[in-house]
Every structure is written in C-alpha cells, then in structure tokens.
Design a protein around this ligand. Structure first.
Ligand SMILES: [Zn+2]
Ligand SMILES: [Zn+2]
Length: 849
C-alpha cells in the first residue's frame, strides 16, 4: 500500500514536466488547434484565490482539450507596466523595474506550484523592450492610418494618480478606476486613438459573438451608445437680437419635437460661453454656474436626482422650424463630451428640460401628445402655438412630468396631425424639411469617445513621437524603435520622463534640428490590447508576430477573465484586432470567440482583501493540502461564473475525496493480479453503466464549463466501484473491469488533479507515457441503454394489458404508464381508483370500485 503524499508528488512532477517540455507546443502538431487563454495577471506579488480560480478554470479546459486530441496553446505572461509598481517603488525606495520583476518571479513560482500547464517559452512581459517596441510599432502604424491624434480638450484628471484617464477608466460615481479618487476635469493637450472610427463595427460585430455572455455584450453596446436622429442647425443672434448667421448644431433623437423647443442650452465648458457673456451683465451669473460645474463629475452633473442649475446668457438663437427666437442658457446637466455640448431644450418631452423649465419659469408647450390625453381634444389640429404662455403651475395635472413617448403632433405648424415619436413619420418629415433648406440632416450619434492614451507617468511604454519646432509632430522612424524607457529615473522623487533631458533632448528625424522627445507614456491598456497575438510568436524579433502563426492559433477559442474588463480591455482588444486586420496583418476581426467571466472568491460573503485582513493565502493551502486538492475544490464549490464562498470544510472534503480515490486505485492495482475474470452478471452490468454515464457526463460538463457537476460525475463513478467491491466477494470480482475503472478514474481526474493522477498512472497503475498525453476515456454507449421488462397489468385481479418499461424505471412512471394503457383505462371507466401496486419486474395491480 502507498500513501497519497501531495507534498512529495507535486514538485517531482512539476520538475519532470518542465524537463520533458511536456507543455511546449508548436504549429506542426496533429489535430485541430485550440487556444485557451486566461487574462494575464498584473504582477502584484503573491497570488490570491481569484487567481487560483481564474487560472485553474483555464488549465482544466486546456488539459481536457489536449486529451480530446486538440493541439492546445495555453500561454501566460504579465501585464507589467502601471502605477502600482511606481507607488510600491516609492514606498520601498527601489525602482519600479526591480519591484515588477521580483513580483513576476514570485507569481511564476506560485503558478508552477499550482501545476498550470503553460508553455513557458512563450512568456510575455509587457515591460520588456522586446515586447513594448512592437506596441510602439503598432502605434506608428495607427498613426500612418490617421488613427492617432494629439489634441486639446477637457480630460479626466486623477489628482491622486497624477495622470489623465480614459473615459472607460472613470467608473461608478465619477471616480478613478484604480484608486477611487474623485476625477477632475482639466483642459489638456493629449494623445488619442480614434476608436470612434470603429464605433459602428464594434457595435455590429457584437451580434457575431455567440460565445460571449449577454451581459458583457449589453454593457459594450450601451457604452458604444448608438442613437439615430438628426443634426439641427440653430442660428445665433447678436446682443440686439438680430441673427448673426453664426450656426450652432445640435443633435437630437426627436426632431419631431422641434416646435416644443423653448430654450437652448450650452454646456458650461462650451467654448462659446465666454464669448457670449464677456463684459455683459449676465457674466457673473453664468460664470457662477461654470465654476460650480467644474467642481463636479460628469456623473453627478447628469444625475436625474439632483436639482439642475443654469443661467441666462442674454443671447438668443433662432429655431429653424418656426423662426422663433429662443433664449440661450448655460446648464450644468449638459456635458461637452456628449454630442456637441449644445442642446435644444424641449421641456414637454424631456424630463430634465421639464424640471429646468419649471425651476426658471419657462413655457412648456405640449407638441406630441397621446390621443387619450385629456389635452388632446383642446389641441387637436392646433397648428399655432396657443399654450406657450401657460406657466407650469397652470398646466393641467397630467403635465406634472415630461411625456417622451409616441403620440400625435400638435402646435407644430404644417406637421400638426402627424405621428410623432422616435423614428416616426413626423420625425422623418421634419428632417426632410430641414434637409431641403440646409438646416439639418439625418445622422447617427455615438456615446463612445476617442481613447485617450497618454499618461504623465514613468512606468509605461514611451510614446514614439518627437516635437520639432520646425516640423511639428514627427513619428519616431521605425528603425529607431524601441524608444527605450530609461532606467535612471528616480521615482522616489516623483520624477517622470519630463525631468530627464538626457531622454527628451533629441534631434528631429525629419530636419535634423534640435527637438524634444514626447515624455508621456501609453495607457497600459494599449499593452494588453494585443498580447494574445504575441503569444502566437513570442520570440519574434523582426515583427510583432508572424501572420501565419497568428493565422494558425487565432482567434482565441476560449478566453477567461473578470467581468470588470467588460468595457475596458475587452473593447480595446476588439478595436486593436480590427485595426490590425485593416493593416493586413490579420484575417479576422474578433479576437475572442468564447468568453467566460468567472465569479469572485469570497470569505463569509465578503470580498477577500488585504486591507480587510480576510485573505486565505493559496500558498498556505498548497502547503497543507497540495495544489491538486485546492484546484479540484475551487472548481467543485460553484459553477465558474458564480461567486464562491470559501470553505475550509469544503477543501478538507476534497482532500478526503482524493485520498479515497487514491486508496481505491491502489487496492485495485494490488488485487488485479490475483483475480481472474468471471462471467458478466448484473453487478458488472451495473458498473459498466455507471462508468459510461460518468465518462459521458464528466466530459460534457467540462466542455460546458460545469466543473462542479463534472466532478460529481467522477464521485458517482467512485461510489459505483465501491459498491461493486462491497457486493462482489474477493475472488469473484471482474479484475479487467476494475482495472479499466481505475484507469478511467485516473484519466477523468487528470485535468483537475494533474500531479496525483500522473503519480497513480506511473507508480500505481504501472502505465507509461504522461497521463496528460492520453486520450480522454471512451465509453460504450450501449451500456447506457437500460434493460426493459414486460409487465402484466391487472385490473381487479384480471390481466387487461401489458406494459414495457425500463428495469429501473421509477415506480411513479410505471403507474402513470399503466393507467394510460387503453384497455386499462377502459376497465377503469366509471370506477374510483383505490390502489395501484407495483411489484418490480413482476406485475402492476390496479384496484378500483
Ligand atoms: Zn487614481
Ligand atoms: Zn524637424
């Protein structure tokens, strides 16, 4: 007898696999390819249970696919640039590179202890010049295609991280995604990637992602935010109220409500505002609103909850449909970053405009009303504006809020009587009318903004650009890549590249004159937008990747990671893929065919965190139970997309189960030499059926990422073997069948408990070749078909019919089927059913009177 000793077994096999290059793959192997990928980690130091879960899911999927005959790519790397390295370096008076590379070593060692089947030869670290030079190269290619722009605009500034942020990185209530500090607005010149060029395609292609969770697709669609409507041109009037000819365009999804526009709004940051009010009596009120708005986040300002603030500018614009002059106000709920920063206010149809009109006493004339509205008879057919002088207090009860739904157009000139609403007949008619007069046109608007990628921080990929006083912005020539991030920056003094003349002083590649190198670095999300391509050809030093190798491995068949990346990383990667396709480097437009977003690992319902002090350290659990028990436990406790509540009892239970399997296989191995095969009886048939059912269910469930039920199926098989050995005396057991069961169990558990099964395979079962290079066990489908029996069915003691059912059919099914037999039903007509007795395998007896 041997004992299950994971602490001895696990390091032994980890070394052997690495020595044998077991997980090394290339494009030449037989079998269809499968690319299984987990989102690469940030090198934060020790791994946590979230890592264990994420990477075990991927590892089991990868190992199982290999056993199913796929040529599997399963790589790992590190998303190694970023601010935490700088902060940690400041704390420890070291260099971000020192901290980062040390953490990578720590994490890599933990991953090895977990037994993950990575091809380490393909490791990517985004802070290596060999990697980031190709990020710079892709940036230059984007620049050539007109997808890079440097421009000045109000941007999100995190005062704690001391850098700008992309819109996608401002989360929740307007806070920094990383440090949760309130984000401020600043007017700065920054670098942008024009992701908006791909808005429509990024939206449309969501429909092709059948293997993505609906929730993630909905979040992306919402973020892209497509809306159909019209651009409408208003004309600005001078201080005396005469039209100046200067045009201001607004976007609206409801051109049918134009007749209800009674005022016009500008965002406080709108460049026109200062010009309109400077030196006028309105200046101080307007500037008061501008200053207050600057202190609040976009989220706060656009919240429906809070009171709106505004001020009149003293100026007017002309409404193009009726020539009316409407006052121009500044309002804090209008945001410059969406649309044009100018809004036609229609208080009867928009709740925020309605509340604003009430607060500042502006008219609220209804222009689209439902036919069952009490106002409708009074307004039916009214072309001229008759209620526009009605103060809101006089508006009937039902006008206590705006009405945004469909209805009939009233008080709308020649359009009165038409159907109004989104995409309505009336809306189209108004747009056509405007279009004919050059005052508007049909258009589509997106919420998605360009991606702001420049960061005023050191530990990132330098932007390969040069500012020349004579030539302007000049790209760094390709043959001068990479722009190497210098290591002599003293981060403890808060230095950035802008503090280092030896970095930024350079000559212009175009005119040779003195010039200044760009000192901003790229958002780390640019590094993570293409790393999955680099894994396909990680050591290439002449190109980011060989298109042929990428063509073989990509797209990623199964991607696994957290829901927090639904908009950030997953949207950016889709964008990069489409750009690289348009550059002729890829033949596909979507990087990830299937996506699994795993749930969190919690303790007593709370997220594990160092600050809460409720962390269960994976390395501690490995030291006690071994990695195999931890792996199987974390997959057994919950379906992978659900949150999991940590349980020490659960881990202990999995440890005991693995011990039970070990003993069982060990005993079978010892007995199998001493017993002969016997004639196949009912016990053997039962075990064969259990084997077939378990193998089928386990395989199906692993493929469907239902690892918990896959493991349950293995447990049922183990129970069936135990039952067989209990019921059949030693000496009469079918040793071939038991030996086959021992092999099956080892193979079924191999993806979950790779070390234990490798040891069983070699040392206990005496097999050769790695267990991880064996085929997934086959099963005999005919064993699944249960035997049938024919039962006579008696009614009051006389056989009236016969029923064919499965031997193991549940009693309730037999009763239902028996009572449904035509001849039985006929003999029961008019009688009351008293009793049905089922004698299994013999007969069914119905008593009625
Ligand atoms: Zn921050
Ligand atoms: Zn120059």
């Amino acid at each position: 007898m041997t004992k299950y000793d994971p602490l001895a077994i696990e390091p032994k096999w980890q070394d052997a696999w690495e020595h044998d290059g077991l997980h090394h793959v290339n494009e030449d192997a037989a079998g269809p390819k499968k690319y299984v990928l987990e989102m690469f980690p940030y090198p934060s130091g020790d791994i946590h249970m979230g890592h264990v879960r994420n990477y075990t899911i991927g590892d089991v999927a990868a190992r199982h696919a290999t056993m199913r005959g796929f040529n599997v790519l399963h790589p790992i790397g590190w998303d190694a640039f970023g601010l935490p390295a700088e902060n940690a370096a400041i704390k420890s008076s070291s260099h971000p590179a020192t901290w980062t590379y040390a953490n990578i070593e720590t994490q890599a060692a933990s991953f090895r202890r977990m037994g993950f089947s990575y091809d380490w030869d393909r490791t990517v670290r985004t802070c290596d010049p060999e990697y980031y030079r190709w990020g710079q190269w892709i940036f230059l290619k984007m620049w050539e295609r007109g997808l890079v722009e440097r421009r000045s605009s109000p941007v999100n500034w995190c005062p704690s991280c001391k850098t700008v942020l992309a819109n996608e990185q401002v989360i929740g209530d307007g806070v920094c995604w990383r440090c949760k500090t309130r984000v401020e607005k600043r007017e700065l010149e920054q670098w942008y990637l024009k992701i908006t060029e791909y808005s429509q395609e990024l939206l449309d292609d969501l429909d092709t992602l059948a293997g993505w969770p609906e929730r993630v697709k909905a979040m992306q669609a919402n973020w892209i935010g497509r809306s159909e409507g019209a651009d409408v041109v208003f004309t600005l009037c001078d201080a005396d109220g005469a039209p100046t000819g200067e045009r201001i365009t607004v976007f609206t999804t409801r051109p049918d409500t134009l007749f209800g526009c009674t005022f016009f709004l500008l965002a406080p940051e709108h460049p026109l505002v200062m010009r309109l009010v400077a030196g006028t009596p309105y200046e101080s009120d307007v500037m008061g609103v501008v200053e207050m708005a600057a202190r609040e986040t976009s989220v706060e300002r656009s919240s429906g909850e809070r009171a709106k603030r505004g001020a009149f500018t003293g100026r007017y614009v002309v409404n193009p449909v009726n020539g009316e002059k409407v006052p121009v106000w500044v309002a804090d709920y209008v945001l410059l970053e969406y649309g044009t920063g100018a809004v036609m206010a229609v208080p009867c149809g928009d709740q925020r405009d309605f509340e604003f009109a009430r607060k500042y006493g502006m008219p609220i004339p209804p222009v689209v009303v439902p036919e069952d509205d009490p106002l409708y008879p009074r307004l039916h057919g009214v072309k001229e504006r008759v209620l526009d002088q009605v103060a809101w207090e006089e508006v009937p009860e039902h006008m206590s809020c705006a009405y945004a739904g469909p209805g009939v157009m009233v008080q709308s000139g020649e359009f009165t009587g038409m159907r109004g609403g989104k995409d309505s007949e009336g809306a189209r008619a108004v747009v056509d009318w405007l279009d004919e007069r050059g005052l508007g046109r049909e258009t589509v608007n997106f919420r998605l903004r360009d991606w702001l990628i420049s960061r005023q921080r050191y530990w990132g990929n330098p932007i390969p650009a040069i500012h020349c006083p004579a030539c302007g912005l000049v790209p760094v020539p390709e043959d001068q890549l990479p722009v190497v991030l210098p290591m002599n920056v003293d981060i403890t003094k808060g230095e950035t590249l802008a503090d280092h003349p030896d970095f930024y002083e350079t000559t212009c590649p175009r005119c040779g004159g003195p010039a200044r190198r760009e000192t901003d670095t790229m958002d780390t999300f640019t590094c993570s937008s293409w790393y999955y391509l680099r894994y396909c050809d990680a050591r290439n030093d002449g190109a980011p990747f060989d298109p042929a190798k990428v063509g073989y491995w990509m797209p990623v068949d199964q991607y696994i990671g957290g829901i927090e990346h639904a908009i950030l990383h997953l949207l950016y990667s889709r964008f990069f893929t489409k750009v690289l396709r348009d550059l002729g480097l890829l033949t596909f437009g979507e990087p990830f065919t299937n996506l699994l977003t795993q749930g969190m690992v919690k303790l007593d319902g709370a997220t594990m965190s160092k600050s809460r002090g409720n962390v269960v350290a994976p390395d501690d659990m490995i030291a006690r139970y071994g990695a195999d028990a931890l792996r199987a436990y974390i997959l057994f406790m919950a379906p992978p997309d659900k949150d999991l509540d940590w349980s020490y009892e659960g881990l202990d239970g999995m440890w005991r189960f693995l011990n039970r399997v070990w003993r069982l296989i060990d005993e079978i191995a010892e007995e199998s030499t001493s017993e002969g095969a016997r004639a196949s009886g009912a016990a053997e048939k039962g075990l064969r059926r259990a084997a077939a059912a378990s193998i089928m269910k386990c395989g199906d469930d692993v493929e469907g990422f239902q690892f918990n039920t896959a493991l349950s199926a293995v447990m049922e098989y183990v129970n069936a073997v135990h039952d067989y050995r209990r019921d059949v005396p030693v000496g009469e057991r079918d040793s071939t069948l038991l030996r086959s069961a021992a092999r099956d169990l080892t193979l079924l558990l191999a993806p979950f408990a790779p070390h234990m099964t490798e040891e069983l395979w070699h040392e206990v079962l005496g097999e050769s070749g790695s267990v991880h290079r064996q085929s997934w066990p086959a099963f005999d489908p005919s064993a699944l078909v249960s035997e049938e029996v024919e039962l006579p069915v008696q009614v009051n003691g006389k056989v009236r019919d016969r029923l064919t059912v499965a031997v193991d059919a549940p009693e309730s099914d037999v009763v239902t089927a028996a009572l449904a037999l035509p001849n039985v039903a006929a003999h029961l007509e008019g009688k009351t059913l008293r009793k049905v007795v089922v004698v299994p395998g013999k007969l069914v007896s119905v008593v009625a009177s």
